[in-house]
Structures are given as structure tokens and as C-alpha cells.
Write a protein that binds this ligand. Structure first.
Ligand SMILES: Cc1cc2nc3c(=O)[nH]c(=O)nc-3n(C[C@H](O)[C@H](O)[C@H](O)COP(=O)(O)OP(=O)(O)OC[C@H]3O[C@@H](n4cnc5c(N)ncnc54)[C@H](O)[C@@H]3O)c2cc1C
Ligand code: SF4
Length: 339
């Protein structure tokens, strides 16, 4: 049995109090929300914080503010996000992404903020302490070598959050609060392409809100590749959002990728699609552009060359669905459910 290391538990009631504790304790203190990512990491000794600062009793972390756009508290569980009134109709890409995270039990515990700050993953890293010790550890924790690419100066662990690419495609930003005040950053800018230092979040900052812009005239979708239909981390996530003109042409679009590098990111396909109709040729060209940006590494499930190839396929599925094609059969084949 893997046991948790010793830690002190703090349960503040306000964001200000949580921020004060984080500042006072310094790097030895870590935020915990649902704990579904952090606690397994601690059991594997990938992280051993001295203090856990819980967000579960912090007032306002579960706020939902509905207006032209939608604001979601970082402390909402994924089950609560999925159940938010109107979310499925207005932001289907986020609904589909959140619905495919892990299992129902984990979605009842895991939060939106935790999902966006999820640790990066790697088959040489997501192992118990003894396993990692046997290979001399690796650069991400306690070692010096990257076993995925021994010449690499940087850790190539994979960003595996489902909600981040969906939210990036939707143009979302996040609010970060600390003792120094608050700032809003575009969600894409929260991430860094570095498996160790994967967030631009400053020490002591708490992700309190996810801010979604007005979705009027926008449609969105999320396509996830994973081995098991029941639950599995993504080995590819393609998120597309498009604003359509009455004649069916695209006014504005965003296509984001997840799980093919150390950060989820926006591709340039959106710029290419603007002003065009989604013909088969346009979809094929956009899919090629998106696939050219994917750099999957051999540190997660499935063959790495096949994973690269399948990016274009999945981008095509997402765009054909936005065009109005009936994609239920393809969804059923890839996700084992129609969504
Ligand atoms: C078996 C299994 C399968 C899984 N499958 C998936 C999957 O398919 N897709 C997927 O995306 N995830 C998956 N997960 C990961 C995880 O369950 C979810 O991502 C969940 O949403 C994480 O949220 P949490 O509240 O539990 O995070 P926690 O474990 O509490 O925290 C995760 C990290 O985020 C930080 N953090 C948490 N909240 C905040 C905040 N408000 N501000 C700043 N930092 C914060 C913590 O300090 C920690 O570093 C899986 C986990 C397991 C165990
Ligand atoms: S990518 Fe390399 S350094 Fe990063 S976790 Fe994997 S083996 Fe370790």
C-alpha cells in the first residue's frame, strides 16, 4: 500500500486567508482542491509538500455568474460544471471535455481549477517511488536524465488536461488572486511548454475564476483520443470553436490541441479558416496545418507515429461536426458514446 507522507492541513475560509497562508509558508505549501491529482502524486513521492492549503471551504470558489458570457468558480467540481444551467447548449466543447474527464466518482471530487493546473504526465514519471528509483529517477524529480529523449535539456512530460484545450478554443481567461492582488490572463498564456515548469502561475496565486466570453453565434466541440471509453487520460484532445455567418462561412475560429506537448495551445488554423466555408478541401488543409504543429513524444499510450497521424483525422472530425455533418457514428467508434 502506498501511504501519504506527513503534512499539515490548513482549511482557510476566504481567498485572502488562503493567499496569506501560501505567502507565509513559502514553497513548502501547496493548494489542494479535489486532491485527485495531487494525492496520488504525493503517494508516489513525486510531491511532498509540508503544508496542504485546502480550497474546499473557501467562500466564493463555487460561484457561477451568468451574463453575456459565463464565469465559473475554480472550485466547482467537474460534475457541477457539467450540470451548470445552459452550459451544454452554449459551450458544448467545454461540456464534452469535462464529461470525458476520468470517471463519475473523480468528476464528483475533481475541480475545474485543479484540472487546469494538473501536473504533466509521462510513462517514466507516473510510477511509484521504487520504480523511479530503479531507473535513477529523471529530470522532472530527483534525477538528471530525461529517459524520453536523453539529449533533451527540457522535460517533455505531456499536458493531459481535457478542459484546457476546450477552454482555450472558447477564448477563456482565468483570474489569479494572491496577496499582491488579482490579474486576468488568457488561458493559453497560463501554460509554458515545459514539463516541469508548466504553469506561468506565480507562487502564491490561486485560480479563482474561469471567464468565458459571450458564445452567441459560436459553436464548439471537443474530440478526445484515449484507449478506454470508460476512462483514460487524453493522448490527444482537439478543440474547435467557430463563429458562423448567416451564409455558413466562418467569421472567426479557434482550434486548440491538448496532450501532444507539455502545454495545451492554440494553432494557426483559426486564422486560415476565417472567411472560408467548411468545404472538404478547406477542412483537409486546416487538418494538415493543425497536425503539423503536434509533436507527440513516446511517453504516453499508443504508438507515437500513429498519434501524430491521427491528429489530422480528429481535426477533420471536429470541423466536419461544426459544418453540421452527422458525426454520431464516428463519436461512438472513438469515444464509445455519442456526447
Ligand atoms: C484515474 C484517474 C483518471 C484521470 N483521468 C483524467 C482525464 O481523463 N482527464 C483529465 O483532464 N484529468 C484526469 N484526471 C486528473 C484529475 O482527476 C482531474 O484533472 C481533476 O479535475 C483535478 O482536479 P482536483 O481538484 O482533484 O485537483 P487537485 O489534485 O486538488 O490539484 C491538482 C493541482 O492543481 C493545483 N490546484 C488545484 N486547484 C487550484 C486552484 N484553484 N488554483 C491554483 N492551483 C490549484 C494543486 O496545487 C495541484 O498542483 C484523472 C485522475 C485519475 C486519478
Ligand atoms: S519527459 Fe523526461 S524528464 Fe520529463 S518526466 Fe518524462 S522522463 Fe522525466
Amino acid at each position: 500500500m502506498m501511504r501519504l507522507p506527513w503534512f499539515r492541513f490548513e482549511s482557510p475560509r476566504s481567498v485572502a486567508e488562503a493567499a496569506r497562508i501560501l505567502e507565509g509558508e513559502g514553497p513548502g505549501a501547496v493548494l489542494i482542491a479535489g486532491g485527485t491529482d495531487l494525492l496520488p502524486n504525493m503517494k508516489r513521492r513525486q510531491q511532498a509538500p509540508q503544508v496542504l492549503v485546502s480550497l474546499s471551504r473557501v467562500e466564493g470558489m463555487k460561484a457561477v455568474e451568468d451574463g453575456a458570457g459565463l464565469t465559473l468558480g475554480g472550485g466547482l467540481t467537474l460534475a457541477e460544471v457539467i450540470g451548470t444551467a445552459g452550459l451544454r447548449a452554449r459551450y458544448p466543447g467545454l461540456w464534452q471535455a469535462a464529461s470525458q474527464v476520468a470517471t463519475a466518482q473523480l468528476r464528483n471530487m475533481g475541480t475545474l481549477g485543479g484540472n487546469l493546473c494538473l501536473d504533466t504526465r509521462c510513462s517514466y514519471y507516473d510510477q511509484n517511488h521504487e520504480w523511479r528509483k530503479a531507473i535513477g529517477f529523471c529530470m522532472k524529480r530527483d534525477g538528471e536524465t530525461c529517459w524520453v529523449a536523453t539529449a533533451s535539456k527540457r522535460c517533455l512530460a505531456v499536458s493531459s488536461t481535457d478542459c484546457a484545450p476546450a477552454l482555450i478554443a472558447l477564448g477563456a481567461s482565468v483570474r489569479l488572486e494572491s496577496t499582491a492582488g488579482e490579474r486576468d490572463v488568457a488561458l493559453a498564456d497560463l501554460y509554458r511548454n515545459d514539463g516541469i515548469d508548466y504553469l506561468t502561475r506565480r507562487p502564491g496565486e490561486i485560480l479563482t475564476r474561469v471567464l468565458l466570453p459571450d458564445a452567441a453565434e459560436w459553436t464548439s466541440t471537443y474530440w478526445k483520443l484515449r484507449r478506454r471509453g470508460s476512462f483514460d487520460f487524453p493522448v490527444l484532445g482537439v478543440a474547435a470553436a467557430a463563429k458562423l455567418a448567416p451564409d455558413g462561412s466562418i467569421t472567426e475560429a479557434r482550434v486548440a490541441l491538448g496532450a501532444v506537448s507539455s502545454h495545451p495551445f492554440l494553432t494557426r488554423a483559426g486564422e486560415f479558416l476565417a472567411g472560408k466555408r467548411l468545404t472538404d478541401e478547406v477542412i483537409a488543409e486546416a487538418a494538415r496545418m493543425v497536425a503539423s504543429r503536434a509533436k507527440p513524444m513516446d511517453n504516453t499510450d499508443f504508438d507515437v507515429y500513429w498519434r501524430k497521424e491521427v491528429v489530422a483525422e480528429f481535426t477533420g472530425y471536429a470541423l466536419r461536426e461544426r459544418r453540421g455533418d452527422d458525426m454520431d457514428a464516428v463519436r461512438l467508434r472513438t469515444a464509445r458514446r455519442t456526447l
